[in-house]
Design a protein around this ligand. Structure first.
Ligand code: ZN
Length: 148
């Protein structure tokens, strides 16, 4: 099995059996994302405390890329510090846009790398980034509220 097949398999697995589906009961971050180009929708709930993403769950509908990207994302950011999550967001953005990146957070065998093929299809970049953009927006709102 070559790397492309493996990547395809990862995306389909997460689409068929998404991880962290549902709603975090004691969430302090609620955010929704929509991608009108493809009809994708994501609802995220998170518990962010002491600078750490303690819990994250999502519900949504749409294409395989958008839903599997949300699933893989939740697995990667749960339990991580907000600063680490922001670095991961930046690097994942570079990866799906086909830009040079540092490979500090993501290597070829990481499930996040499965989405690098998206860079060949610019309209799908929005699908892959939907959950990530929503997550970042939600965390920033929560941090602003905390700072006041
Ligand atoms: Zn889509």
């Amino acid at each position: 099995m070559d790397l492309d097949d493996l990547y395809q398999e990862i995306i389909l697995e997460h689409y068929k059996e998404p991880k962290n589906q549902g709603t975090v009961a004691d969430a302090n971050v609620h955010v929704e994302g929509r991608n009108p180009f493809c009809g994708d929708e994501i609802k995220l709930t998170m518990l962010v405390q002491e600078g750490i993403v303690q819990d994250i769950k999502f519900t949504g509908s749409g294409c395989a890329i958008s839903q599997s990207s949300a699933s893989v994302m939740t697995e990667h950011i749960k339990g991580k510090r907000v600063e680490e999550v922001k670095k991961l967001f930046e690097e994942f953005g570079h990866l799906v846009r086909g830009e040079e990146h540092m490979h500090e957070q993501i290597d070829d065998m990481d499930e996040l790398s499965a989405f690098q093929g998206v860079s060949a299809f610019p309209t799908r970049v929005k699908c892959a980034m939907l959950a990530w953009n929503a997550m970042k927006e939600g965390i920033e709102k929560e941090l602003e509220r905390y700072a006041e």
